[in-house]
Design a protein around this ligand. Structure first.
Ligand code: ADP
Ligand code: 5GP
Length: 211
């Protein structure tokens, strides 16, 4: 896996439509998938990418520590606080937000190297970031994933086993605020039975790819 600086240096020549001054999102669709931590965004996106192989997932940057099994450049670009600051100052982020004491952001390079070559992109981000994308890219398709209940969310977060008890409680607290924002989103998918939610998600994506 190459490092992030190498990846930035690999930016392709801009596609004709972009040279003509069109915004990148006019060239390929951007799908924002948001919703509380533990609702199943990652699980749903993995299934979606298998069903719609032309889609690609943007790798976010974060200042949180890698969990066991997570890889630099695949799960996230894991950055130090200083490196994140530097990239904010340089305008490298399309959006970024603080979540549970850590920062997370979408790198312009991750998004544009795909949209400028016609590859539709999925962003898996929290609600504050989704709002920023809505403001800067109104054509992006915004999808909110909800759990069948607050209790089901707790069971999933605990069952995933990646976060200590305190962190689970912090995430559940944020989840309450995030759930209040679901009306802002063009599409809401309840992730109760996984197959049904994947079907719905695929339907939304395909109908937007085809127009
Ligand atoms: P997120 O990416 O939103 O934080 P994950 O995809 O990591 O969520 O899912 C959290 C946990 O919930 C995982 O253990 C996953 O296997 C489980 N999960 C996801 N979708 C469902 C579902 N529909 N029913 C039951 N468990 C689910
Ligand atoms: P986690 O620590 O569980 O990987 O992620 C915590 C939260 O950060 C999740 O809600 C996830 O969707 C969100 N997140 C991941 N990447 C980004 C990003 O690039 N920008 C924003 N705003 N949120 C992100």
């Amino acid at each position: 896996m190459q490092d992030l600086a190498e990846q930035d240096g690999r930016r392709p020549v801009r596609a004709p439509a972009q040279r003509a001054g069109l915004a990148p999102e006019a060239i390929a669709k951007v799908f924002v998938i948001t919703g509380p931590s533990g609702v199943g965004k990652g699980t749903l996106i993995r299934a979606l990418l298998e069903r719609v192989p032309e889609l690609e997932l943007s790798t976010s940057a974060t200042t949180r520590r890698a969990r066991t099994g997570e890889t630099q450049g695949e799960d996230y670009w894991f950055l130090s606080e200083d490196e994140f600051d530097r990239r904010v100052a340089e305008g490298d982020f399309v959006e970024w937000a603080e979540y549970s004491g850590r920062r997370y952001g979408t790198l312009r390079s991750e998004l544009e190297r795909r949209t400028s070559t016609g590859i539709p992109v999925v962003l898996e981000i929290e609600v504050q970031g989704a709002r920023q994308v809505r403001a800067s890219m109104p054509d992006a398709v915004q999808i909110f994933i909800t759990p069948p209940s607050h209790e089901a969310l707790r069971v999933r977060l605990v069952g995933r086993g990646t976060d200590a008890g305190e962190e689970v409680e912090r995430r559940l607290k944020v989840a309450d605020e995030e759930m209040d924002a679901q009306h802002e989103f063009g599409h809401v998918v309840v992730n109760d039975r996984l197959e049904d939610a994947v079907d719905q998600l695929e339907g939304i994506v395909r109908s937007n790819l085809n127009n």
